[in-house]
Design a protein around this ligand. Structure first.
Ligand code: SAH
Ligand code: SF4
Ligand code: F3S
Length: 442
């Protein structure tokens, strides 16, 4: 008997996680059930990311693991999709070295999945169907959501910014915004089914374009979402500093449910590097936006992304980054070694930074970030804060784990009946990366 099971492996960002929920939704509609082991599953979908070389490597690693089970079970279907598939050199490699992959599609035709799946299941012949671009966003697709109490909601697709290092504009195409009515309908539906927290997703939510005469921009969209009954926490990512308006900053003063945290990728603290990166702001403008955010919302937790070792980065440039980090005092920061992405402008530049210098700077940066993080975390000691309980702790199954408004992890003893609830927790131990607490009975 042929068991109808599927497994989805997701690489990359929240956008991909959200897309994987759609793929899982399609599979469930087709009558397949989820199988936790990718080797055992009848259908395996790999949803790929290409943002750094490591992501590419991870994908080929997993694909290698699947080869054997595919050979043993000819009925097994291996499907690959996502950002890597939007690049010709990857398609060429797949054709040459992985001819046993059954179906390849890209980021623009995820809505066609049922049709592609039907064709490949019936024909038993490889299908490669990747579109270069699209100017619409498919609506009304199914989703098997990962959680009941929190959800990702896409508000736009693509990116028009073409930062010199970044592959995303090539893999996700031009920027398109979803219609406000579609977004609000989706969030209303989520709220009615008990969802408490939503994270709005887009490569640059600050340039969201709604409808003339209605909800026109991102700040206005937030104001509408804030009115939806049942949604207690609103988050969003990512914001490009060049498009961060006063109108959006004011939302932190006015809106009841907007979490007091802001992910504002700076990438570098050096004006020369920012210019070469094509970021369209300088450090003074960035620091100005941060100052305004802190003025309007003094308890705001600011987080960031930083790239170390961008082509041409000098020791002085790097020191500017360290200095900016000390000024902003980030709550946390995602730090990346610059990674050459074929097809992006910076990939062909000759002023690449040697690996050992990149690593040395990376370590110095992390040290500064952690020092600040440790000090910031201490402030939580003995405070009572609301925590959304998300499940049991990964490291200790007898403990619950949850998130604060600023996305910090808190472990605490308690009953699993609290999962999905926002409860007051007293912090009894504050460490650099995590907090330990006790439930406060009110
Ligand atoms: N749209 C978002 C983030 C996109 S990718 C934004 O603009 O902020 C997430 C992060 O990956 C980026 O912020 C950047 O710090 C990092 N990144 C992107 N391309 C990279 C590369 N080639 N090498 C190293 N880090 C990279
Ligand atoms: Fe990449 Fe820049 Fe677009 Fe972000 S804004 S996705 S870093 S090109
Ligand atoms: Fe990766 Fe594509 Fe997201 S390249 S970071 S999965 S948009």
């Amino acid at each position: 008997m042929k068991y109808k099971t599927y497994h989805v492996v997701t690489f990359g960002c929240q956008m991909n996680e959200r897309d994987s929920e759609t793929l899982a939704g399609f599979m469930e509609e087709l009558g397949y059930s989820y199988e936790p082991d990718k080797i055992v599953a009848q259908v395996v979908i790999l949803n790929t990311c290409s943002v750094r070389e490591n992501a590419d490597k991870k994908f080929f690693g997993v694909l290698g693991q699947l080869k054997h089970s595919h050979e043993e079970n000819r009925e097994k279907l291996v499907i690959v999709c996502g950002c890597m598939m939007q690049q010709q050199h990857i398609i060429d490699t797949l054709k040459q070295k992985y001819p046993w992959v059954d179906l390849v599609f890209g980021t623009h035709n995820i809505g066609d999945f049922p049709k592609l799946f039907k064709n490949v299941s019936e024909m038993h012949e490889r299908i490669i169907d990747v579109w270069e671009n699209s100017d619409t966003i498919a609506e009304g697709l199914p989703a098997k959501r990962m959680y009941d109490f929190k959800a990702y909601v896409n508000i736009m697709q693509g990116c028009n910014n073409f930062c010199a290092y970044c592959i995303v504009p090539y893999t996700r195409g031009r920027e398109r915004s979803r219609k406000p009515a579609e977004i609000l309908k989706e969030i209303n539906c989520l709220a009615q089914s008990g969802c408490k927290e939503i994270t709005l997703l887009g490569q640059n939510v600050n340039s969201y374009k709604g409808e003339e005469g209605g909800i026109e921009n991102f700040a206005q969209l937030l104001r509408e979402i804030d009115k939806i009954d049942g949604i207690e926490r609103i988050r969003f990512m990512t914001s490009h500093p060049k498009d961060l308006s006063d109108e959006l900053i004011d939302c932190f003063k006015d809106l009841k449910h907007l979490c007091h945290c802001f992910h504002l990728p700076v990438q570098s603290g050096s004006n020369a590097v920012l210019k070469a990166m094509n970021r369209h702001y300088d450090r003074e403008q960035y620091l100005g936006r941060v100052a305004k955010l802190k003025e309007v919302c003094p308890d705001i937790a600011i987080t960031t992304d930083i790239i170390v070792g961008f082509p041409g980065e000098t020791e002085e440039d790097f020191k500017d980054t360290l200095d900016l980090v000390k000024q902003v005092r980030y709550d946390s920061a995602f730090t990346f070694l610059y990674s050459i992405r074929e097809g992006t402008p910076a990939a062909s530049w000759t002023n690449q930074i040697p690996e050992e210098i990149k690593h040395e700077r990376f370590n110095r940066l992390i040290e500064v970030i952690h020092e600040i993080q440790e000090e910031e975390m201490k402030q939580f000691q003995d405070k009572i804060i609301p925590v959304l309980i998300e499940g049991t702790s990964k490291t200790d199954k007898s403990m619950l784990t949850g998130r604060t408004e600023s996305l910090k992890t808190v472990d605490l003893p308690g009953d699993t009946s609290l999962v999905g609830k926002i409860v007051p927790v007293k912090i009894v131990k504050a460490q650099t990366f995590s907090l330990y607490g006790e439930l406060v009975n009110d």
